[in-house]
Design a protein. Structure first.
Length: 261
């Protein structure tokens, strides 16, 4: 049975490491973040092995360190299957902090579930000097593949992808789009209701205008986030004749309230 349980949203991994270290515990710390699982093994309080997915050692520890939420459980007296880390806890924590600082300017990309997408701007005419890995990552970008998917497809660590994405961002080639979970996406039936109501005020060109406004917000209709619906409504209201605008807004408020938005 686990003797320590909690969620990373309430306590940082570094604090957990220090707690286990000072208690000189031996065992396995299991962490879960969405579909991902991580394990950190301790011997008398010292970290000796870490793994997540196909990644092991300090790279695995860093990936787990990036998780800002997820359940964890510590199982005492479980031995590590191997030893991949041989440093004291102070050095490990310092190294984690340094790595994070190096990538802080692309903190949005430090989420394995984030999606790199091409920028709309035109890159400079300078000759691109990209590594082989960076070219391979560019070939993987399709607007759907997440950092973790790209790493898995190429058989490399997510850290390598983070670093490559950082360089691609600096060249103005890509930007980061946060992946949103299905429950954060506006239901298609609600979008259909919005378009139908908007059509009553604007006419048959309403669908085109809605598509333009969705693009203006940097989103796609098929994955439109619920938390941007009211922004969309405000943009659409500006297209409605002034003498009908207030009525349109009230009807939209009623529609969104009906769906708990």
């Amino acid at each position: 049975m686990p003797v320590i349980t909690g969620n990373l949203a309430d306590i940082k991994l570094i604090d957990i490491l220090e707690l286990i270290h000072h208690s000189r515990l031996t065992g396995r710390l299991e962490l879960r973040h969405g579909e991902d699982k991580g394990e950190i093994y301790f011997e008398k309080g010292n970290v000796i092995h870490a793994t997540t997915g196909t990644v092991e050692g300090k790279d695995a520890l860093f990936l787990v360190y990036l998780w800002n939420e997820g359940d964890f459980e510590f199982y005492p007296n479980e031995e590590a299957p191997k030893r991949t880390i041989d440093e004291d806890i102070e050095s490990i924590i310092l190294d984690l902090s340094v790595k994070l600082d190096e990538l802080q300017d692309i903190k949005d990309a430090l989420d394995p579930f984030a999606i790199p997408v091409f920028t709309e701007s035109t890159p400079s005419n300078e000759e691109l000097k990209l590594s082989a890995v960076e070219w391979k990552i560019l070939a993987q970008i399709n607007g759907k593949s997440r950092i973790k998917d790209i790493a898995a497809n190429l058989g490399i660590s997510e850290i390598e992808v983070f670093k490559a994405v950082k360089n691609l961002i600096s060249h103005g080639l890509v930007r980061i789009k946060k992946a949103i979970s299905p429950d954060e996406v506006l239901d298609k039936s609600v979008m259909d209701e919005i378009i139908k109501k908007f059509t009553e005020y604007i006419g048959p060109i309403s669908g085109i205008i809605v598509s333009e406004k969705i693009m203006q917000l940097g989103e796609k209709e098929s994955e439109f986030p619920r938390n941007k619906v009211r922004q969309l409504i405000d943009l659409l209201a500006n297209e409605v004749p002034e003498d009908s605008r207030d009525k349109f807004k009230k009807e939209m408020d009623a529609l969104l309230s009906k769906h708990g938005i």
